[in-house]
Design a protein around this ligand. Structure first.
Ligand code: FES
Length: 156
């Protein structure tokens, strides 16, 4: 996520009405990472910890839902990017589909070969001809997928 923000912001500076937020979640304060790095880019960190030692107490997905609900009042054009544990990503994708918010996630599968041979990284994507979805190697067809490309999960 840091690299997306850095790459975007290295190409263009923030428009006057544009805001970037990094919703960061961790089990506890000591497990948070890149908070200062995001701040240096001009990205505002918004934090959730499972134990409440920093920021919102609870899951970052709860924070995301609240954040999106609040920002809807500002009529912002929202876009979500996610990486992290798969249950969190599944929840994020379901939320993005339900709320019709553009969203991309990075599928974090173990990758043995990185070239489509070992099938360690497979996930299910939407296939109009198959209600159960189609299995693809995320190393070949991802690892970044749009929410609308993915089945409702589980993805394997
Ligand atoms: S890592 Fe081997 S098929 Fe994707």
């Amino acid at each position: 996520m840091y690299f997306i923000a850095r790459r975007y912001l290295s190409r263009q500076s923030l428009a006057r009405d544009e805001r970037w937020y990094a919703l960061l979640g961790a089990r506890t304060k000591g497990k948070l990472c890149a908070v200062d790095d995001f701040e240096k880019l001009g990205v505002t960190p918004v934090i959730a910890t499972d134990d409440g030692s920093e920021g919102h107490k609870g899951y970052v997905t709860d924070l995301m839902e609240h954040f999106v609900a609040v920002t809807r009042g500002f009529r912002w054009s929202l876009r979500l990017y996610g990486c992290g544990p798969e249950p969190m990503l599944e929840k994020m994708v379901a939320f993005a589909k339900r709320e019709k918010v553009p969203c991309q996630i990075s599928m974090e599968r173990r990758m043995g070969c990185g070239m489509g041979a070992c099938r360690a990284c497979v996930c299910k994507v939407v296939d109009e001809g198959r209600p159960e979805g189609r299995v693809v190697a995320s190393c070949r067809e991802g690892p970044v997928f749009g929410a609308d490309e993915l089945t409702d999960g589980p993805w394997w």
